[in-house]
Ligand binder design. Structure first.
Ligand code: URP
Ligand code: ZN
Ligand code: ZN
Length: 476
């Protein structure tokens, strides 16, 4: 255990907690100096240090949510959460780093898209942040720009969409070329796996038959359309000899595709989200137009898929639990689709509730160990997205991003008490065990007693390392 000698500055000692990393769980004190963890052990207090008692609490590495959409334009409006409100909600829920999808719109260069996202986030983010770049308009210069983003801008991950035809979707040729380029330049391609052409046909048919209610959203985006696209993305990644990260995986068929790819030794990773673990397609039958609150893509699935996803988390088929936080108000945004489900903006909020829900419904039910919880909510994302060991663990030399989690506090999720700027939560009434009572980001005490301590956002842009292809036999 590291102990500093020589000139000591004033530090903070978190005393009496149980440290949990992806690998270990043990009782010890943590000493922070400046932005960094400098010592872990006993009797590490130095003269002048502030000692904070965290008896009875777990110390987790700050949560990393690798999938958010803050301030995302959608036609004539944007998501209801911007970086200010979304990141405030994130930190109060125990997330200290987010990776947001900077999005290239048609005709834009990646450079312009990146500048746009920096402008949205700069000085407005309470948590540290990085960007994936979503490529929606492939052409010859974009390949060169990918390399520049990886090596000059600290953006080593890209997203491509196989769905949202005529808006975000790219064709297989573009996906193949982007995968190839990523493999060459040290990047990881994240793919939204749904067959957009098939979905487009099913939506046109449904509308022609006067099927306009939210319940037609999942029926026009069946699990087979996700499983097929997942198989295809894996095949393209294999051909391009590139690693692949499947975002927001929801169903058994897609999980099997990832599992088979892993068994073949392919470098394929996957993420799911709390909504797919905890909610099912019966939500679309909610009274009146309330089903619109759950219009997300891919959609919620029949309940039997949930057990398979939990199993995927347990067995390592899935590496991360992200949120895909993409918030639209029920009133004024979701209701634009009151006469046509295909006009309901796709997305739902979740950045504030991720840790609490996974702790309650994963750890407290015995489905996940505490180490697995930390791996899924922090460590694996840090490793995959070029942040480890600076982020994602509790160790001397790592950023002092720490969550003091008190498992003795219970609450009920209510939209009115959350901080997300959106008029509903999909988890209304869900019980939550535990709370992020204190949160530190790079040594700064930003949440105390579950309340924000800082007045101004102090989150910083994270320039991330290129993706290192796995060596034979190595896990994430
Ligand atoms: O419905 C969703 N998930 N909206 C956000 C965009 C995406 O596909 O990730
Ligand atoms: Zn997506
Ligand atoms: Zn998303």
């Amino acid at each position: 255990m590291g102990q500093m000698t020589g000139d000591m500055k004033m530090g903070i000692v978190l005393n009496g907690g149980t440290i949990v990393t992806a690998a270990d769980m043990y009782q010890a004190d943590v000493r922070i100096e400046g932005e960094i963890i400098v010592a872990i052990g006993y009797d590490i207090k130095q003269p002048g240090d502030q000692v904070i008692c965290v008896d009875g609490c777990f110390l987790f590495p700050g949560g990393i949510d690798p999938h958010t959409h803050f301030d995302l334009p959608m036609g004539t409006f944007s998501t209801s959460d911007d970086f200010l409100t979304g990141s405030k909600a994130a930190v109060l829920g125990g997330t200290t780093t987010i990776l947001d999808f900077a999005t290239q719109f048609k005709g834009e260069t990646l450079k312009v898209a990146l500048e746009n996202w920096h402008a949205k986030a700069d000085g407005k983010c309470y948590v540290d942040y990085g960007f994936h770049m979503a490529i929606t308009d492939w052409n010859e210069t974009i390949a060169r720009e990918m390399t520049e983003l990886v090596h000059q801008e600290g953006v080593p991950s890209f997203k491509l969409y196989m769905a949202y035809k005529n808006i975000l979707q790219v064709d297989d040729g573009a996906l193949l070329q982007a995968l190839h380029q990523a493999g060459e330049c040290g990047a990881l391609v994240c793919v939204h796996c749904e067959n957009g052409d098939v979905i487009d046909n099913l939506v046109i048919d449904a509308r022609a038959q006067g099927k306009t209610a939210p319940c037609y959203h999942p029926l026009t985006r069946p699990p087979e359309a996700e499983a097929e696209a997942t198989h295809r993305a894996i095949a393209l990644a294999q051909i391009a000899e590139a690693p692949l990260y499947v975002v927001h995986l929801t169903c058994s068929g897609a999980l099997q595709a990832v599992s088979q790819a892993k068994l073949k030794g392919l470098e394929v990773y996957a993420e799911t989200c709390p909504q797919y673990l905890l909610l099912d397609d019966s939500c679309y039958s909610a009274e009146g137009f309330n089903g619109a609150k759950y219009v997300i893509s891919p959609p919620l699935r029949p309940v039997q898929h949930q057990a398979e996803l939990w199993n995927g988390l347990k067995t390592g088929i899935l590496e991360t639990v992200a949120t895909d936080h993409c918030s639209f108000n029920y009133k004024g945004q979701k209701d634009l689709g009151v006469n046509d489900f295909s006009k309901i903006p796709n997305g739902a909020p979740g950045v504030e509730t991720r840790l609490g829900l996974l702790f309650t419904y994963g750890v407290m039910t015995g489905k996940l160990t505490l180490n697995e919880f930390v791996a899924l909510t922090s460590t694996n994302a840090a490793k995959l997205f070029g942040l480890f060991p600076r982020k994602g663990t509790i160790a001397p030399g790592s950023d002092a991003d720490l969550v003091v989690w008190d498992p003795r506090i219970s609450s009920v999720v209510r939209a009115e008490t959350l901080h997300q700027q959106v008029d509903y939560t999909p988890y209304e009434g869900f019980r939550q065990v535990g709370q992020a009572t204190s949160v530190f980001i790079r040594g700064k005490h930003v949440v105390q007693d579950g309340k924000l301590l800082v007045e101004e956002p102090t989150g910083e842009y994270l320039s991330r390392k290129p993706f290192l292809k796995r060596k034979v036999g190595e896990d994430v």
